[in-house]
Design a protein around this ligand. Structure first.
Ligand code: UD1
Ligand code: UDP
Length: 386
């Protein structure tokens, strides 16, 4: 790759389409917009319509290009086809210096693919996460492996994630341990001011999010039953911001909509979600991002999945992988509510996903490789041995 002339800002196309991508690329977009060395070209694919729109303005991200790929219940093949088509056109027309994708969604995979077809290098933020099971989570584990074959810069959140990449044959010189940008964004929101906490009562406060495709159907229905039994204790208020996915709604609403201690709300904007997370006692989730944010705020997280690509939180003691069996979920939640020592051990375990400076490390590396001035040296990185 030929470096840019040192005075020309690097034109970086940032592709985002879902709620977590907006959240995790927001600090990168903001930092690029504030830097003389970068011009961010944000493409919002619209893979999520309402849940994405509700984020961008609040997080100070301005989309330059908007696609409109969402169709209710479209299958992955159609979504992928629409995205490759739409992103291909934007990348072809704009010819950015690089394309930045985040994580493992279909928008991220197709952003990388569209760039590859135009011979444009790809930077992958949150690279190297692996469960080791190709179809779990489905289809995200395969998506991130494929992006790992395409990317030129692999910005890994942790040393473990970096190790996965080098083990797979990615040259060490292309892998950078940065921490996760989700922490940068959460700290930014805590500084700027969070929103409204959606818990209402003085009961024990349990925040729940569920959406994974592999949990939908019978597994999610059974989880709903476990949540109902938890609420039946009478000393617990459950807040469940419900994902917009119709499959999620079909699985959870019949079981949970009429319980006095279960508050089902529409997806919360990030400011309200952060406030609600900060105000809860316990988190039950199958979300990736929530597993990373909960330890930062000292909230024990029970992960309702059979695999995790974020074992760091489990090893640190901040999260527990409890699986999908309703009785096991119920027992694990009740133990934390009833055993203060077990609760405090998890609450105090700390966050293994970074120090909030991932974005500046990413920009410094790109600035160096494109030959634009990185100016200030990035913050020393505690995740990497000197
Ligand atoms: C996708 C990502 C997943 C990520 C999740 C975050 C893929 C393959 N999966 O999940 O990695 O964890 O987003 O939430 O990219 N819908 C709306 N309005 C919205 C959003 C969704 O109506 O604002 C509906 C649509 O009908 C859509 C369905 O929800 O068809 C599911 O959305 P989709 O993007 O397919 O989500 P997932 O694949 O479940
Ligand atoms: N989130 C949010 N509002 C909600 C639920 C979640 O802003 O009602 C945020 C949450 O803070 C986290 C991100 O959405 O940063 C996680 O998104 P999701 O669970 O949809 O996807 P995943 O992280 O599993 O890919």
């Amino acid at each position: 790759m030929s470096p840019n002339a040192s005075t020309t800002p690097v034109r970086a196309m940032l592709v985002l389409g879902t709620r977590p991508e907006a959240i995790k690329l927001a600090p990168v977009a903001r930092a690029m917009a504030a830097s003389p060395h970068f011009t961010p070209l944000v493409v919002s694919t619209g893979q999520h319509r309402e849940m994405l729109q509700q984020m961008l303005e609040l997080l100070h991200v301005e989309a330059k290009f908007e696609l409109d790929v969402m169709r209710e219940r479209q299958d992955l093949a159609k979504l992928t086809a629409r995205l490759v088509d739409g992103l291909g056109e934007v990348v072809h027309a704009e010819r950015p210096d690089l394309v930045v994708v985040q994580g493992d969604t279909t928008s991220a995979l197709t952003g990388a693919l569209a760039a590859f077809y135009e011979h444009i290098p790809v930077a992958h933020v949150e690279a190297g996460l692996r469960t080791g099971v190709a179809d779990n989570p489905f289809p995200e584990e395969l998506n991130r492996r494929l992006i790992g074959r395409i990317a030129r810069w692999h910005f890994a959140p942790t040393p473990r994630a970096a190790g996965h990449l080098t083990t797979e044959g990615v040259p060490e010189a292309e892998v950078f341990v940065t921490g996760n940008t989700v922490i940068d964004n959460l700290l930014w929101v805590l500084r700027e001011g969070t929103g409204r906490n959606h818990f209402r009562t003085g009961l024990r406060r349990v925040l729940v999010t569920l959406h994974r495709r592999e949990n939908q159907g019978d597994t999610m229905r059974a989880m709903g039953k476990a949540l109902r039994r938890l609420a039946d204790r009478g000393d617990v208020e459950i807040v469940l911001p419900l994902h917009k996915s119709p499959a999620v709604r079909e699985a959870l609403l019949p079981e949970l909509s009429d319980h006095p201690d279960i508050r089902i709300v529409e997806p919360l904007d990030y400011l309200d979600f952060s406030a609600t997370l900060a105000g809860c006692d316990l988190v039950l989730t199958d979300s990736g991002g929530v597993q990373e944010e909960a330890p930062t705020l000292g909230k024990p997280a029970l992960v309702l999945r059979t695999t995790t690509e974020r074992p760091e939180a489990v090893e640190a003691g901040a999260a527990r992988l409890v699986g999908t069996d309703p009785q096991v979920i119920l027992d694990a939640a009740e133990r934390l509510l009833d055993d203060q020592d077990a609760y405090l051990r998890m609450a105090k375990a700390g966050n293994p996903f970074g120090d909030g400076h991932a974005t500046e490390r990413i920009l410094a590396q790109l600035a160096e490789d494109f030959g634009v001035d990185a100016a200030a040296a990035p913050t020393p990185n505690p995740l990497v041995a000197p």
